[in-house]
Design a binder for this molecule. Sequence first.
Ligand SMILES: Cc1ncc(C[n+]2csc(CCOP(=O)(O)OP(=O)(O)O)c2C)c(N)n1
Length: 676
Amino acid sequence: MNTSAASAPPRLPAARDPRLCRMANALRVLAMDAVEQAKSGHPGMPMGMADIATVLFTQFLRFDPLAPDWPDRDRFVVSNGHGCMLLYGLLHLTGYPDMTLDELKRFRQLGSRTAGHPERGHASGIEVTTGPLGQGLGDAVGMALAERMLAAEFGDAIVDHHTYVFAGDGCLMEGISHEALSLAGHLGLGKLIVFWDDNRISIDGPTSLSVSDDQVERFRAHGWAAERVDGHNHQAVADAIQWAQQDERPSLIACRTTIAFGAPTKAGTAAAHGAPPGAAEIVGARQRLGWSYPPFVIPEDILAEWRAAGARGEGVRRAWEGRLQSLPAERRAEFLRRQHNELPSALDAAFAKLCDDFRQANARIATRQASGTVLDTLAGVVPELAGGSADLTPSNNTKAKDQKDIRPGDFSGRYIRYGVREHGMAAAMNGIAAHRGLIPYGGTFLTFSDYARPAIRLSAFMGLGVIYVMTHDSIGLGEDGPTHQPVEHLAALRAMPGLYVYRPADAVETAECWALALRRRDAPSLLALTRQALPLLRTGGAPRGSDQNLCARGAYVLAESSSTRQVTLLATGSEVSIAVAASEALARDRIGAAVVSMPCWELFEAQPQAYRDAVLGSAPRVAVEAAVQFGWERWLGPRGAFIGMTGFGASAPVEALYPHFGITPEKVAAAARSLL
Ligand SMILES: Cc1ncc(C[n+]2csc(CCOP(=O)(O)OP(=O)(O)O)c2C)c(N)n1
């Protein structure tokens, strides 16, 4: 390993194992051939990182292609996801049954497992979706954290694996890398090992055009162990992995590589980053690499070596299964329940009691406060809940009474102090959810969902049951002013496919929305909660079980008009009580107004047309939400009016802001009258 200063030249390849060279070359030619056939893709990274991947997969990574989801496998994340042909090649060669040679030939084609960037769920062995640079690094921090937390709970005999990450210059230039590295360094996630593809090339050309960070010193400043190696020297890479495994800190192995190693004219240049090499370059590369086989042909002996590497893990996996079997039955069942994403059976009763308690108390509380009360109960019932906040714990009410902090060296708690790292938090939660065994939730102000949005999009993309607790959801937060008052965020979040956005109107709806979010293990949920206190609207009725969760259909008639319905008032969250007050004012004028609470548009959209028609009715509609109108058109129908925000908010007490922006029962009632 080269521990010399940042400016020292890279070591020349000294210890290149001929067998490993041939195995690595198989990865190189598969990447070249697939990209050439697809007429698009990124051959440079796979050819440059092939040696590192070969050392890792043949000597270190614990995996079993025949049991790809084995819980104690090492996690392997390709954060520089444009280099996905490297991953696909590895999965094929090591024998993952669903990654056939045909799939490699169909690289980037419709319906193939081999998408243009790795997509979780397309093939086993793809742990997370990557492509947006740096996200994989953020995910990996969550995976490594989940590993430690579960090890603290179930013991090292059951949970004891590494998280390995490939990352490029782009990943390290992205801001998210700062949050991810800093969090991992602080927590001391020693089983996280990052390989940086230090090829000094990105798309525009040499990285010297845009960056001059000393990455090794940067990682060290974050509390990581960091060393340099020649990424084409198999022995040096192997030595570095051994060193990294032994160090108690997370580790960076800065691998000096040549992009498109082996390509005769494009190696070491930006031209090799993301374009088909071309026929002449491929012929030249085959000559240089000593590879005489036609496209997509892997000789028997090399394939056999790779398959042997893939078979290494079976015994280790079986030994682990034996250890799992020897756990006490109850512990084993608990471990497996978590792996299968099944929730504890006591949950329904807990939610029924919560709703009942809220009704009994009939208190005016903020929905963030109600959420805190829900969490106090849930923490005792759902031990896999892993909470946290981006340094807004007292505001987000995300820490349950009995939750203990996670600390460096002590991962037995269930509360993660993410620090002021919204993006890093969201990405880490993706990693925690993708790892399995824990249910992550994390808080910040709704307005700062923007800071987390790229990772929220990936939660939705991957279908991960991450729960976002986003408080201070409107001008209702008051004095902090317009920078902190979301106005366009609900619309922007509702626009995201696969994300369930909940905006409960009172404490009972908050509990119901939490129940729905918790049960949805195949998609992320976002709870938009108020800072300000709200009256209880769902006062009536007997204690409700989960089957009577009125929020489950996304929208419902909260209050039908006592006379014929002449207008329907639609609202979410804090504005539902404004709609109720407006309906009462209209009733005094003998105008029949129904109030519809719409806590979750996505669920309502999924209801049968007949239900939606019945709820929305045929009368004119007025919608009220302390946010921009964007998106409400679909619910308003041909004769509708919207009361809400038309621009940014203002700094003032909440009591002044609602009248100032005209979001009042009087305005809603006036809009209703104007439609009659
Ligand atoms: C967030 C994000 N921004 C931009 C891109 C587009 N992009 C893909 S690869 C790349 C350059 C990455 O350079 P590097 O990590 O050095 O990759 P290499 O050229 O070594 O393969 C860029 C800008 C992206 N995928 N994600």
